[in-house]
Design a binder for this molecule. Structure first.
Ligand SMILES: *Cc1c(COP(=O)(O)O)cnc(C)c1O
Length: 363
C-alpha cells in the first residue's frame, strides 16, 4: 500500500459531492428563471474548499458572478477564475484601492466614504443599500444623500440583504422589498439583487436581476419549514473507530465522567473531536450512523475523539476501523442543526482541517 493510502485509510473523511452543488445551483437558477444566479463562495465556499467549488460551478453551469466576503478571498478566487465577475461584500478601504484595480475585483461600496474613494474610477462596483438589517450598506440618510447627488461611478449592481428571508410570513420581508424597489426605481438602468438562498423562495418579486444563494448550494436549509425539492446533500463526514471498549455498570466515559453505563455496555471511540468542527453532544440527542443503525453519542466531546454507545445488538457486527457517518444522508445537516441548536452555516464553516478531503463530480 502507498503511504498516502495508509494515511488516508485511517483518517476521518470529508466527501464533497461537487455534482450536487452544480445540481443545487441549477435548481436555484431555474426557480429564479427571470434573473441571473450568482454563487456566494465566501469563507472558503462555506468551509468546503474555494478552489474545487468555484471551479466546479464555473465550468459546469452558466454561473459567471461570485461573491466573497473580503479582498483576500477575492484575490484567491481571481487566480482560480481569471474571467469571472468577483464582488466583495466587505467594501473598500484606502490602502486597498490599487489591489481592487489590479485584480479586476468589484468592491461593494457600503458608505459615502467608500463611494468617494471609488468615484471617477473606470472599473465597476456595486452599491449596498441597507433596508433594515443594520449590518453593511448605506443607511437611510446615506441613501438619500447618494440618490440626490450625481456621481461618476460605473455601477454594475445594487443590492440589499434580507433580515428574515427564511421566515416566509415575516413582515420585514415585504418592508425591505418595498424599500429596495423604491431605490431600484431611482436607479432604473442598474441591475439589482436582493435575495440570498431563502429569499429566492419568497417568490418572483424578490428575484430582481440577480440572486445570491450560498447555503443552499451546499445542501443546507437556512430554516425553511422543509428543504425544497431539488436541493441535495453535498457533504459527507465519516469517522473511523479507533477502539471498542466493554464497560460494566457504573463505569464512566471521558472527561468529567459525563456519561455512566447503567448496563453492560459496548462503546466505540471515533477519531473526530471538537478540533474537527462543531460536534455538540451534551443533549444526548446526537447520533452517528454505523452499520445501518443510529448510535447515540455519549459523554463529553474530546479534542480528538467522541464516544458512541454500540451496545444494542444491531451493532454486534461492528469492529475496530469500521466507519461511522457523522454527517451525510442519514445524519443530515438539518438533524445536526436541530440537536446542536447550531445553524447549518455554522456547522459547515466549522468543519475542521484534519479530514482527508475527497471531491467527487457526479452529475
Ligand atoms: C452570505 C450572504 C449571502 C448568501 O446567503 P445564504 O443565506 O447563504 O444564501 C447573500 N448576500 C449577502 C449580503 C451575504 O452576506
Amino acid at each position: 500500500m502507498k503511504i498516502s493510502d495508509v494515511l488516508q485509510k485511517y483518517s476521518a473523511q470529508l466527501d464533497v459531492e461537487l455534482g450536487s452543488i452544480i445540481n443545487n445551483y441549477i435548481t436555484l437558477s431555474d426557480i429564479s428563471s427571470g434573473a441571473d444566479c450568482a454563487a456566494v463562495v465566501k469563507a472558503n465556499a462555506y468551509g468546503l474548499g474555494l478552489e474545487k467549488v468555484a471551479r466546479a460551478i464555473y465550468y459546469n453551469s452558466k454561473c459567471n458572478t461570485f461573491f466573497v466576503a473580503n479582498l483576500v478571498e477575492a484575490i484567491k478566487l481571481r487566480t482560480i477564475l481569471p474571467d469571472a465577475i468577483v464582488y466583495v461584500f466587505d467594501g473598500i478601504f484606502p490602502e486597498q484601492v490599487d489591489t481592487y484595480l489590479t485584480h479586476n475585483i468589484r468592491p461593494i461600496l457600503n458608505d459615502l466614504n467608500q463611494i468617494k474613494l471609488w468615484n471617477g474610477r473606470r472599473q465597476s462596483c456595486a452599491i449596498h443599500f441597507d433596508t433594515g438589517i443594520n449590518r453593511l450598506g448605506l443607511s437611510k440618510a446615506d441613501t438619500e444623500n447618494f440618490l440626490n447627488n450625481t456621481n461618476d461611478l460605473k455601477i454594475s449592481l445594487i443590492l440589499s440583504h434580507l433580515v428574515n428571508s427564511e421566515k416566509v410570513d415575516n413582515k420585514s420581508n415585504n418592508d425591505q422589498l418595498n424599500k429596495f424597489t423604491k431605490i431600484t426605481h431611482e436607479l432604473k438602468n442598474v441591475p439589482a439583487s436582493l435575495s440570498n438562498s431563502a429569499g429566492i423562495y419568497l417568490g418572483k418579486d424578490y428575484h430582481f436581476d440577480l440572486v445570491r444563494p450560498g447555503i443552499m448550494l451546499y445542501g443546507g436549509n437556512p430554516g425553511l419549514p422543509t428543504r425544497p425539492n431539488g436541493i441535495h446533500d453535498v457533504v459527507t463526514l465519516n469517522a473511523r473507530i479507533l477502539q471498542i471498549r466493554n464497560l460494566s455498570p457504573g463505569m464512566s466515559v471521558g472527561y468529567k465522567a459525563m456519561w455512566t453505563a447503567n448496563r453492560n455496555s459496548r462503546v466505540a471511540l471515533l477519531n473526530v473531536g471538537y478540533a474537527d468542527g462543531i460536534l455538540k453532544t451534551n443533549d444526548r440527542n446526537s447520533h452517528v450512523f454505523i452499520a445501518g443503525a443510529f448510535a447515540p453519542v455519549i459523554g463529553k466531546v474530546s479534542m480528538d475523539m467522541i464516544a458512541v454507545d454500540i451496545t444494542e445488538k444491531e451493532f454486534d457486527c461492528v469492529t475496530v476501523t469500521d466507519i461511522a457517518e457523522i454527517l451525510g444522508t442519514h445524519i443530515t445537516l438539518e438533524m445536526v442543526a436541530k440537536v446542536s441548536t447550531l445553524e447549518p452555516y455554522e456547522i459547515l464553516t466549522g468543519i475542521g482541517h484534519r479530514y482527508n478531503r475527497n471531491y467527487n463530480l457526479r452529475t
